[in-house]
Design a protein. Structure first.
Lengths: 169, 268
């Protein structure tokens, strides 16, 4: 397994996973780096054999490191309880910063969607409504809401893929 | 707030479940149980597709929550107008329709020809360019894995020494042996698949690269990309399109190129 490939593939999801818990970019960067170093060291020492279960392994390393840090921090400050999960994660400033590039692309892509597509995505994502509530609000059957949302997301994906292709040199 | 767990049973997660159970939205709005959160996090840590989807939906959630929904004003087909205006409009419409019917050339009376999508056959030069393996993936031996007695690793190293010298056909032998000794390692199947593809054995390449894509691993995205190349070499355009759509959806390093090739082969 190539180390460069490991770092390239896992850096971003590991950082997102940790950032969601610690809510501090510089702390999350340090913990993510430490996580990947521990992973690579474990692979060098042949302690990781099943390459297709790396997700579970990384999860364990990262969570352990977060708990250790939290135990140190809680003596001095009121740190975020890692188990309080994602209180307000969607619109947290750190999340908004982390997803800055994706947001720019999504913003442009949303403008290209039809009203119907934007409406269902707005209710599903912007107002955090469950699909049952969305269907009820729009006055359509649940199955129709599900289909409409699925198609809207597919169209959003296609627009993003096209934009990504145009943006390349 | 986490929802109560369903006992200590560990939840298994895969891409299909993520889609079928609306896992991403429920994760973002904290409507998953503790075991579901854990299972999904372990999954997206190793699944580029689901992580890419998570980022996209999270970004959409942020943008949509910032923007009030602005719909274009609906046009009602019925708006109250004065009776004089209605009468004048109707009269004008009747005159226009009559004029069109009277003046329409005879040829237009015939039913329009049915447009049948024309399937194009690509020229050999175009196909060769689309199916070319350029660049051939480099081997970066950053990690020295394997211990003494690991026969698969020894054979793999022999194969990759040849691969690194661009002796791809000669590399097939030791890499095939390594794959036989340890069929579980995606890196062996990946480089064996590439060696087969570069050596002109598209079927054998497809067999190996399909093993890599059967599960998420760091070689998945590239394997889908080179599978599309193998299918293009075999002129299996439907299968090539399927692989290219997967690559485009993963939004990895080959996403833009995949979209480009898709547009070029859409009529093949």
């Amino acid at each position: 397994m190539d180390e460069a490939r490991i770092i390239e593939q896992y850096r971003s999801p590991v950082l997102y996973f940790i950032l969601r818990r610690v809510r501090d970019r510089s702390a999350a960067e340090e913990l993510a780096q430490e996580t990947l170093l521990i992973l690579i060291q474990a692979m060098r020492e042949n302690r990781v054999r099943e390459e297709d279960k790396l997700g579970a392994y990384i999860f364990g390393i990262a969570k352990n490191l977060i708990f250790k840090r939290y135990r140190l921090q809680s003596r001095e400050t009121e740190a975020l309880d890692p188990d309080s999960e994602a209180a307000g994660w969607v619109n947290h400033p750190e999340a908004e910063l982390f997803l800055d590039e994706e947001r720019k692309q999504v913003r442009r892509a949303l403008d290209q969607l039809s009203d119907q597509d934007r409406e269902i995505l707005h209710h599903s994502f912007g107002e955090n409504e469950g699909l049952e509530e969305v269907a009820s609000r729009l006055g359509i059957p649940y199955a129709s809401a599900r289909k409409r949302k699925s198609r809207a997301l597919e169209r959003l994906r296609k627009i993003l893929a096209r934009m990504s292709q145009k943006g390349r040199p | 707030m986490k929802l109560p767990d369903e006992g200590d049973r560990k939840t298994q997660m895969d891409c299909q479940k993520v889609q079928d159970l609306d896992i991403i939205e429920r994760y973002l709005v904290e409507r998953l149980s503790g075991s579901e959160v854990e299972a999904f996090e372990q999954h997206y840590l190793e699944c580029q597709r689901c992580f890419g989807e998570l980022k996209m939906r999270h970004a959409a959630a942020i943008e949509l929550s910032h923007q009030p929904i602005q719909l274009k004003p609906a046009r009602s087909w019925w708006t109250p107008v004065s009776w004089q205006w209605a009468l004048a409009s109707t009269a004008a419409a009747i005159l226009i329709i009559a004029g069109v019917l009277y003046l329409r050339p005879v040829e237009q009376a015939r039913a329009p020809e049915r447009q049948i999508a024309v399937v194009q056959q690509p020229s050999a030069a175009v196909l060769e360019q689309l199916a070319s393996i350029n660049p051939i993936p480099l081997y970066l031996p950053g990690v020295v894995r394997g211990v003494e007695g690991d026969a698969a690793f020894i054979k793999f190293q022999q194969g990759m020494d040849l691969y690194s010298m661009q002796k791809y056909t000669e590399a097939i032998g030791p890499l095939s042996e390594a794959a036989r000794l340890d069929p579980s390692r995606p890196n062996i199947a990946f480089y064996l698949g590439i060696s087969q593809l570069v050596s002109g054995n598209a079927d054998a390449a497809i067999e190996q690269l399909s093993k890599v894509t059967a599960r998420e691993n760091p070689y998945s995205e590239e394997s889908h990309w080179f599978l599309s190349k193998a299918y293009l070499k075999k002129r299996s355009f439907a299968l090539a399109r399927m692989e290219l759509r997967t690559v485009a959806s993963l939004r990895g390093p080959h996403s833009a190129m995949a979209q480009n090739v898709l547009e070029q082969i859409q009529n093949f």
